[in-house]
Design a protein. Structure first.
Length: 335
C-alpha cells in the first residue's frame, strides 16, 4: 500500500470537507491541511533528535492535529505556531509521536582509596579538586573527614588550608599551581601520618604512589590588591627577614610587604634568594621601571616659569592603568 498516496487522498478529503464550513475555526483547520510541504521542511530539523524520517513525522503530526484538536480556543492560540519545528517537537513529545531522548544519569566516579601500610590507621581523608574552567591548573583543593582529629587540622594548616572542623579548603593560585600536584603532595603528607585517603581522579593514584609531582615552591613575589605594593612570601628566615626589612619591607601578619618604589631592592632579593614572581607582580615591576626611565627631571626656575613636575609614582599609576586590562585571575589572593 502506498502510504504517501493514501495520506494525500486523506488530506484532500479533509480539506474538501473543511472548506464546506464557513467558520474561522474550520478555515484555520482547512489552511493547516494545505501546509504539508512546510511541515516536512520543519520536520527535517528534527530528524536526528526524533529519529524518524521527516515525511513520516509530518504525516503523523498532521493526522493527530486534524483528528484530535477540536477545541476552537486551541486553534486560535496555536495557529501561528503549527508549522514551526519547536512546536512540532513539543506537540509530538506530549502526544506520543516522538520519544524524546532520556538524559543520561551522571555516574558518580568510583573513589580511589589508598591507605598506609600499617594495619592501624586513622579516619579517611577525602581529597577533592575544583578546577577553574579557564585555568585548569588552578582551583580549590578540599579535604574532609568524617572524624576530624587535632593533628590532621595542624597538618593542613601548615599547608595553608583553612576551614572548620571536618572540612578544609585551599585556593591554589598561580604561585601554588598546579592543583593536581598540590593534591598529590597533600595526600602523601596525610598518608605518612597514618591517614588513608580517598581521591576521585585516576591520575592522582600514580602520582601519590610514586611521588611523581613537583614539590611546592615556597619563595615568591606576589601582587596584592594594592597596586603600589608587592608581597614577599617565603619560609621563616631571620637573615632574609632582616635584609627585606632593610629594603623597606614590613610584616603584615601574613607575609612581608614592600613598596613598589623599592623595585631595585626587590629584584636584588629575587636574584640572591631565587624568588619566583607571578605574572601580575612582574608586570608591576616592569611598569615601575618604565616609569622610572621616563621620570621628568625638575630644575629650579624663577617663580613665573615654575611648573609642577610629574612624580614617578604618578607616572607609574598612569602606565599601570593604561593597559587594556588586568586579568583578575592573575591576582594572587592566596597568601
Amino acid at each position: 500500500m502506498n502510504f504517501v498516496l493514501d495520506f494525500k487522498i486523506w488530506v484532500f478529503a479533509a480539506r474538501k470537507r473543511l472548506r464546506r464550513e464557513k467558520t474561522p475555526f474550520q478555515s484555520a483547520k482547512a489552511h493547516f491541511a494545505t501546509q504539508y510541504a512546510s511541515i516536512v521542511n520543519a520536520c527535517m530539523l528534527l530528524e536526528s533528535a526524533a529519529k524518524m524520517p521527516p515525511d513520516r513525522l509530518a504525516r503523523n503530526y498532521m493526522r493527530r492535529v486534524l483528528d484530535d484538536e477540536t477545541d476552537e480556543e486551541w486553534w486560535f492560540m496555536h495557529v501561528g505556531d503549527l508549522t514551526q519545528a519547536w512546536f512540532i517537537w513539543e506537540y509530538g513529545c506530549a502526544n506520543g509521536l516522538i520519544s524524546p531522548p532520556q538524559p543520561e544519569t551522571p555516574r558518580s566516579p568510583v573513589p580511589i582509596l589508598i591507605r598506609p601500610e600499617s594495619d592501624f590507621h586513622k579516619p579517611y581523608a577525602f581529597i577533592r579538586l575544583e578546577r577553574e574552567p579557564t585555568q585548569p591548573e588552578m582551583g580549590i583543593l578540599r579535604v574532609s573527614t568524617s572524624s576530624p582529629e587535632a593533628d590532621l587540622r595542624d597538618l593542613l594548616r601548615k599547608k595553608n588550608f583553612r576551614g572548620q572542623t571536618g572540612e578544609w579548603f585551599r585556593k591554589i593560585g598561580e604561585h601554588a599551581a598546579p592543583v593536581l600536584d598540590r593534591a598529590a603532595e597533600t595526600a602523601v603528607l596525610l598518608l605518612e601520618h597514618g591517614y588513608p585517603v580517598s581521591v576521585d581522579e585516576p591520575a592522582l593514584k600514580e602520582m601519590i604512589l610514586h611521588r611523581r609531582y613537583q614539590a611546592e615552591y615556597l619563595f615568591w613575589v606576589l601582587a596584592p590588591p594594592n597596586a603600589n605594593l608587592l608581597w614577599l612570601k617565603y619560609p621563616h628566615d631571620n637573615t632574609l627577614n632582616r635584609y627585606v626589612s632593610m629594603a623597606g619591607g614590613k610584616w603584615n601578619g601574613r607575609c612581608m610587604e614592600i613598596s613598589i618604589c623599592a623595585a631595585d631592592k626587590i629584584e636584588e632579593i629575587q636574584s640572591l634568594y631565587d624568588f619566583r614572581i607571578t605574572k601580575e607582580a612582574q608586570h608591576r615591576l616592569d611598569v615601575w621601571n618604565e616609569a622610572v626611565r621616563q621620570t621628568t627631571i625638575y630644575r629650579s626656575r624663577s617663580q613665573k616659569e615654575q611648573s609642577v613636575p610629574e612624580a614617578t609614582a604618578d607616572r607609574f599609576q598612569k602606565l599601570l592603568n593604561r593597559r587594556a586590562e588586568i586579568l583578575e585571575d592573575l591576582r594572587d589572593t592566596n597568601v
